[in-house]
Design a protein around this ligand. Structure first.
Ligand SMILES: CCCCCCCC/C=C\CCCCCCCC(=O)SCCNC(=O)CCNC(=O)[C@H](O)C(C)(C)COP(=O)(O)OP(=O)(O)OC[C@H]1O[C@@H](n2cnc3c(N)ncnc32)[C@H](O)[C@@H]1OP(=O)(O)O
Length: 206
């Protein structure tokens, strides 16, 4: 069952990029048999991640939980440091929270994937101190392409819809990071057995 609240499952807007519509031969996303159980906290994929890392002092510290199927939920409290206009959240910060929530679906698919495209509708202003209830769901898979959607609601999982996003994530190998990341951080990550374990946990056939 979908954990993306109704309203998030609206027909995709005509304004959405065609690249976000799955091809006719796309398949339904498959929850990995070893995926964390519904309700379980997913943890961070990287301690220094701006979206979810515990050791990132400037980060959003988003904590996502597994939902049913290939879905997650997360809560995000908007802090004064997240402002764009006086008393309101910056749109880029909100897009980051959506991006991170969508990225957390990787834990359920057990694939490593990065954002290829992210389209966001900012439906309502989000004041500082708001708690945003985020819900993300994978909707289709075609080869390496993972189609997914997310919503952000104000104050509760059934609260007013503030954000909506559709995205295309693309599956990559761990080498994507090793080949492209700054060597300093890559060396540190590869020397950290906990990080290597976390990276491998995404890959079905390491
Ligand atoms: C031991 C140490 C290791 C440490 C590891 C740490 C653990 C890591 C674990 C988990 C990490 C998860 C992190 C989540 C964080 C939140 C999510 C983010 O913010 S991610 C950052 C932002 N995103 C990027 O930086 C991507 C930058 N872009 C790229 O690298 C490439 O463009 C990439 C990989 C997306 C695609 O490049 P291609 O060369 O691999 O593949 P092509 O052939 O171009 O694309 C594949 C298919 O996707 C479509 N596609 C790709 N990008 C598209 C786009 N922008 N729009 C439409 N279609 C697109 C293409 O048209 C193609 O489709 P057709 O197969 O032909 O049907």
């Amino acid at each position: 069952m979908s954990t993306v609240p109704s309203g998030g499952n609206r027909p995709r807007s005509a304004a959405r990029s065609p690249a976000l519509t799955p091809p006719a031969d796309a398949i339904a996303p498959v929850r990995h048999p070893d995926a964390p159980a519904p309700g379980e906290l997913l943890g961070s994929h990287y301690a220094h991640c701006f979206g979810c890392g515990d050791e990132q002092p400037h980060g959003l510290h988003l904590q996502a939980r597994a939902g049913e199927g290939v879905s997650i939920t997360a809560e995000f409290t908007v802090r004064p440091s997240h402002q764009g206009a006086p008393g309101l959240a910056h749109g880029g910060v909100l897009a980051t929270a959506l991006d991170e929530s969508l990225g957390a679906l990787s834990w359920l698919l057990r694939v490593v994937a990065v954002t290829g495209k992210l389209e966001t509708d900012f439906v309502r202003p989000v004041p500082v101190d708001s708690v945003l209830f985020l819900a993300a769901e994978a909707t289709a898979v075609s080869g390496r392409k993972i189609f997914c959607s997310a919503t952000g609601r104000l104050g509760s999982p059934e609260g007013p819809l503030a954000l909506r996003a559709d995205a295309l994530f693309v599956e990559v190998k761990v080498d994507h990071f090793i080949d492209n990341g700054r060597p300093e951080e890559i060396r540190a990550a590869m020397a950290d057995p906990d990080q290597v374990r976390r990276a491998r946990a995404f890959e079905v056939n390491p």
